[in-house]
Ligand binder design. Structure first.
Ligand code: ADP
Ligand code: MG
Length: 905
């Protein structure tokens, strides 16, 4: 019972408005049965636009069509009691059925007139009542709308008479329920449509199942989506025929709780509700599906089958309300007071709802009672509703009659919005698809069987064919064999005949044959010989072949052996080479160690020969010398002598170029030691040792190597021939380079020693000076080490001596090259050096320089004269003192200067 939004055909108690007569205006007499229903349905179709409320996504669900609740009033004839008791009184109502009016007398002179959709007199037949009140609703239900027929009135006024009479004794007495079902069953299509009923009563707010009384508290369930109410707990019985329906009604009636009241022994205080569910398939759609699921149209059938059929599920609700009279009048006793309250609860709630709907109140108290909840769709909902209000004629019940009439009047103002209850029938689609699927499965199985049978048949046929072919083939072969056998026999026979003929030929022929046979014998023998010869040749050839292959095998084995041996040999050779190298290294190391030991020993035993600048080498030389005549001596140089013999000079020199730095160092030391030995010097130079040493001086980065090499060169430079070679091989330049690069005083001592030796060669003076020998010598004084200075001084002395010797020999000589190269200042500075070796060499050098007159000027200018004078006076060595004195006094220039200075000699 929702608030109705439709247009209100308001009808007031004073005929203020005319209600439309739709539904109630049908004239029942003109038609009956199916024809009547369908015509009426067409009319209804014109009146109600089809709408849908079910889940039909393809169809737009409209809000429905406004349809007012139709209300008829029915007057019961006087009963026996009334006839007796009210005999003197008139009826309290007067009916004007043709005007559809009812006049309610207030008293003898005053009355109220009410208009209804239908006014049914006490003479109205049950059939007429059905047709005007219920039939339009039933037709509507068959169209797919919900419908409600309800009776309201005081107890005993004929509600049950109107709705529930079974009419078993008197057909004409059948009530609305029975007649409605008759019409429904007549209209449905058996097979596709179905009708089912539930029958309940509402008593003291409890819903009881009239078809199963044990079920006495059924819950109302509301669909949260649609708001539809249902009673899933109630028994639902499918109705197939009228008789079973009447039986159901009888069972239900027997179960109704009926309490005796004073008013009527049959009256009930419960509300009885019959619910008829009609389920109909929409025909057009069903027919199409049937036609397309024919035998040869599987695909189209499937396509069609996938579209769900449409189903209409409508419901007819017939409500036989409890009596509407007031409690005090009903004369209830005992717990019936509670009953009456409960009955009144539902009824008063219904009245309130209808009032609210009639007045378009925003709130309709549907939830106040179970009755109003159950009738939610009937008043203000989507159902088409007819109400029949029953009244009695007795003026004693005027009050009740009045209230009943007013209830009917209010109900006439209630608008419903009827909606078609149509939806897709997925269940039936699913069922049909299942059937379809089963059909296909069966068909598939049949076809498979047929296919298998067919395969089996073809296979059997093929086997028969093969057997047949084999048999035929066998026969043919047999025939062929026979034929050839026959031919063979024939040819044998012919041969035999020919042979016989041949045997019987004349003697002449025999002779010829004899000679021929002799010839043949000879030829045969020759042939035999040839054969034998050939056989033996073949045997021989094969024998040779075998031998060849045997030798080949042997050769291959031998070759492999040779290759193997060669490899082993190579490995051995390389191993040997390695070992030799190792031995060389070890030997040189041994040599070095013995040399070092020797040096140590030597250092304990000091000796400084003129021109010998390498004490280790000196000792080596001297000791080797000493050893030579006495081979058995146990001197320390024995290992070197032996080494020299064993290893060979060439090998030692080759080690100077070794990749291994250690080997090079050891080798150069060995060579240096050997070079200290005069006897070895020539061999060393011959074997290219000098060149190798000079190369080392040029190329080696290692200072030790350069130092030792320079020492070796110094020793070699003691020999005049070697001095020339050193000069020729650019030795002075190399020594000068080494002198300018080296920092180590020992290296400088070796280089200075080498140059000093060269300085002692008269023939090389100019070249030596030209190649920077003197400058290099003078450059080395930067070191300041006394050993180096001593060698420098010795070189200068050597050089000066050669120069003076040349001068005394009468060679035309210019100014001293030593003075040209700026040696005088250093000479003057060191002339009185603390170290005796330095001092002596310089004193000699000064004397030599002064002996040559061209040098006198420089000697004076550089202050050397003073030194000469001092030497001539103070020198501890007498020979030098005298030489100085002689020199100074024999030079005119120096004499003149001495005189000028006033020095006394
Ligand atoms: P309610 O159900 O309203 O209490 P009933 O249908 O039981 O009333 O009717 C009470 C009595 O009146 C019954 O005996 C019934 O046969 C009788 N009666 C009711 N209406 C009529 C009618 N229109 N014609 C003849 N008898 C009727
Ligand atoms: Mg009744």
């Amino acid at each position: 019972m929702a608030s109705s939004g439709g247009v209100r055909n308001g009808v007031g108690p004073r005929m203020s408005a005319k209600p439309d007569r739709q539904g109630f205006s049908a004239t029942p007499k003109t038609a009956a049965g199916k024809q009547r229903l369908s015509s009426s349905a067409a009319a209804a179709g014109g009146a109600y636009r089809r709408t849908s409320s079910g889940p039909l996504p393809s169809r737009a669900a409209s809000d429905g069509v406004s349809s007012r609740v139709r209300v008829a009033v029915r007057l019961r004839p006087r009963n026996a009691e009334e006839l007796a008791a009210d005999a003197d009184f008139g009826d309290c109502v007067e009916l004007q059925p043709e005007l559809k009016r009812l006049k309610l007398r207030k008293n003898n002179w005053e009355s109220e007139t009410y208009e209804f959709d239908e006014v049914l007199t006490e003479f109205s037949s049950q059939k007429r009542v059905y047709e005007v009140v219920a039939k339009p609703v039933v037709e509507s239900v068959m169209e797919g709308y919900n419908g409600t027929v309800m009776a309201y009135g005081q107890t005993g006024t004929g509600k049950t008479f109107t709705l529930g009479r079974l009419g078993e004794e008197d057909t004409a007495a059948r009530g609305i329920m029975v007649r409605a079902m008759e019409d429904i069953l007549a209209d449905i299509t058996h097979g596709t449509d179905s009708v089912s009923v539930s029958y309940i009563q509402l008593y003291m707010e409890m819903i009881q199942d009239l078809l199963d009384p044990v079920n006495d508290n059924i819950a109302i369930v509301e669909d949260p989506r649609t708001g539809d109410v249902s009673l899933p707990g109630a028994t639902v019985v499918e109705v197939r025929d009228q008789k079973s329906f009447v039986d159901l009604l009888r069972v239900g009636e027997a179960h109704r709780v009926a309490a005796n009241t004073k008013l009527n022994t049959e009256s009930s205080r419960s509300h009885a509700i019959l619910m008829v569910n009609v389920r109909r398939s929409v025909k057009g759609r069903t027919e199409m599906d049937v036609s397309i699921s024919g035998e040869n149209g599987h695909s189209s059938s499937m396509m069609g089958s996938l579209r769900p059929p449409i189903v209409r599920k409508s419901k007819l609700v017939v409500v036989d309300l409890a009596g509407s009279e007031r409690i005090d009048k009903s004369g209830s006793e005992g717990h019936t007071l509670e009953e009456a309250k409960s009955i009144n609860l539902s009824l008063s709630a219904l009245g309130k709802c209808i009032n609210a709907l009639a007045e378009s109140s925003p709130h309709v108290p549907v939830r106040d009672s179970k009755l109003t909840r159950l009738l939610k769709d009937s008043f203000g909902g989507t159902a088409r509703t007819s109400l029949v209000v029953t009244i009695g004629p007795s003026p004693r019940h005027r009050g009740e009659t009045t209230s009943t009439i007013m209830f009917g009047q209010r109900a006439m103002k209630v608008e419903n919005m009827v909606k078609l209850k149509e939806e897709f029938d997925y269940k039936s689609l699913c069922r049909r698809l299942d059937i379809e699927l089963d059909k296909l499965i069966a068909e598939n199985e049949r076809q498979r069987k047929y296919f298998d049978d067919e395969v089996e048949r073809i296979r059997a046929e093929a086997q028969c064919g093969i057997a047949e072919a084999e048999r035929e083939c066998k026969i043919t072969l047999e025939n062929e064999k026979m034929k050839y056998h026959q031919e063979y026999l024939d040819s044998i026979r012919i041969m035999e005949e020919k042979w016989k003929v041949h045997q019987q030929s004349p003697k002449k022929q025999n002779k010829e044959a004899e000679s021929t046979s002799n010839n043949t014998g000879e030829v045969h023998n020759l042939l035999q010989n040839e054969k034998m010869l050939r056989q033996s040749a073949e045997d021989e050839a094969s024998d040779l072949k075998n031998q060849v292959s045997h030798w080949k095998k042997l050769e291959a084995t031998a070759t492999a052996e040779v290759v193997k041996l060669r490899k082993m040999l190579d490995a051995e050779a390389s191993q040997k080479e390695k070992l030799e190298e190792e031995i060389d290294v070890l030997r040189s190391q041994l040599l070095q160690m013995s040399m070092e030991a020797d040096e140590t020993r030597r250092s304990l035993d000091k000796g400084d020969g003129p021109g010998k600048i390498f004490p280790g080498l000196d000792s080596l030389v001297s000791q080797t010398r000493g050893l030579q005549p006495r081979e058995q001596s146990n001197g320390p140089k024995q290992p070197i002598a032996k080494l020299f013999e064993q290893v060979g000079l060439k090998k030692i020199l080759s080690l100077l170029e070794s990749e291994e730095p250690d080997v090079r160092v050891h080798a150069v030391k060995v060579v240096a030691n050997l070079a200290a030995e005069e006897a070895n010097q020539e061999k060393i130079v011959e074997a290219g040792g000098l060149t190798s040493l000079l190369t080392l001086l040029r190329s080696s980065e290692d200072e030790t190597i350069r130092r030792v090499a320079a020492g070796a060169i110094a020793n070699l430079a003691m020999n005049e021939t070697n001095q020339d070679l050193i000069m020729d091989q650019g030795g002075v330049t190399l020594l000068s380079m080494t002198a300018s690069d080296a920092e180590d005083p020992q290296t400088l001592r070796m280089v200075a020693g080498a140059i000093a030796n060269l300085c002692g060669n008269d023939k090389l003076q100019t070249r030596l000076r030209g190649e920077g020998g003197i400058k290099a010598l003078l450059g080395m004084v930067r070191c300041g080490h006394p050993d180096v200075l001593a060698q420098v001084a010795r070189g200068i002395a050597n050089f000066a001596k050669c120069e003076s010797r040349a001068a005394t020999q009468g060679n035309k000589v210019g100014k001293s090259l030593l003075i040209d190269d700026g040696s005088l200042p250093w000479i003057v500075k060191n002339a009185n050096n603390e170290a005796a070796p330095i001092r002596r060499h310089i004193e000699l050098a000064l004397c030599h320089l002064a002996q040559h007159e061209v040098n006198s000027k420089d000697i004076i200018n550089e202050g050397a004269l003073w030194e000469l004078v001092r030497i001539s006076r103070d020198c501890s060595r007498e020979d030098i003192r005298k030489l100085a004195y002689r020199t100074v006094t024999s030079s005119p220039t120096l004499q003149a200067e001495i005189r000028r200075l006033g020095i006394k000699m």
